[in-house]
Design a protein around this ligand. Structure first.
Ligand SMILES: N[C@@H](CCC(=O)N[C@@H](CS)C(=O)NCC(=O)O)C(=O)O
Length: 216
């Protein structure tokens, strides 16, 4: 059985849930409550010395870092593929995915926002503005990228959803949380809508997870 340690609204966890659902894999959700700082506990550090979510456990294999997790799933369970066959396009998908995982999310990660609050005395408005700024700037880059690779296609890199779409869809939920609307980015908005109507993306939505509050 596959287990995914994560937090319902963590965008890095969300990417992995989408990949699991797209591949139709059964998995167990292991909630790690970031608000309660469960990830800082010594017991969790034993599992993941990076003390962040997500972490995937698949048999004897333990993988941290969302993109490494998605690539593990892709290698271990190749069908349906979340990456194109062409090596050049695969590189483009990795590059696009890293825009989210390396350039956008790290700037609105919990520990970064907490540092703004504690060391710079930032107000909640300033913290939200900070998050919105980096998400907007990253999505504007992605808009250009889709125009190059996915214009007139249903998803970012073709007509089936893949790793970059998982990253985009998760980022759009975070954008919403920071109060950013994406109407300025028509390609992002269009592909986001296609993702939102896909059953695998729907099953992976934060509000549908067992650790989400108010599920009644
Ligand atoms: N690059 C990592 C980022 C992991 C990460 O930052 N996860 C966040 C939740 S989205 C986290 O655990 N934050 C805990 C903290 O900031 O203390 C990945 O892609 O998995």
């Amino acid at each position: 059985m596959i287990a995914l340690y994560g937090f319902f609204r963590s965008s890095s966890t969300h990417r992995c849930r989408i990949a699991l659902h797209l591949k139709g894999l059964d998995y167990e959700t292991k909630p790690v409550n970031l608000r309660a700082r469960d990830h800082e506990a010594e017991s969790f550090a034993q599992l993941n010395p990076q003390q962040s979510v997500p972490v995937l456990v698949d048999g004897d294999v333990v993988v941290a870092q969302s993109l490494a997790i998605v690539e593990w799933l892709e290698e271990r369970y190749p069908e349906p593929a979340l990456m194109p066959a062409d090596p050049g396009l695969r590189a483009a998908v990795r590059s696009a995915s890293q825009l989210f995982a390396c350039e956008i999310q790290p700037l609105h990660n919990l520990r970064v926002l907490n540092r703004l609050r504690s060391e710079l005395d930032a107000s909640e408005d300033q913290v939200r503005d900070w998050g919105r700024h980096w998400i907007r700037s990253g999505l504007s880059t992605y808009e250009r990228l889709i125009r190059k690779h996915g214009a007139n296609r249903e998803y970012s890199f073709g007509d089936t959803p893949g790793m970059a779409d998982a990253c985009l869809a998760a980022q759009l939920f975070a954008a919403q949380r920071f109060g950013l609307d994406v109407f300025d980015f028509p390609q992002v908005e269009r592909i986001g809508r296609n993702c939102a109507s896909h059953p695998a993306f729907q099953a992976a939505e934060p509000a549908r997870q067992p650790d989400a509050p108010d599920r009644s």
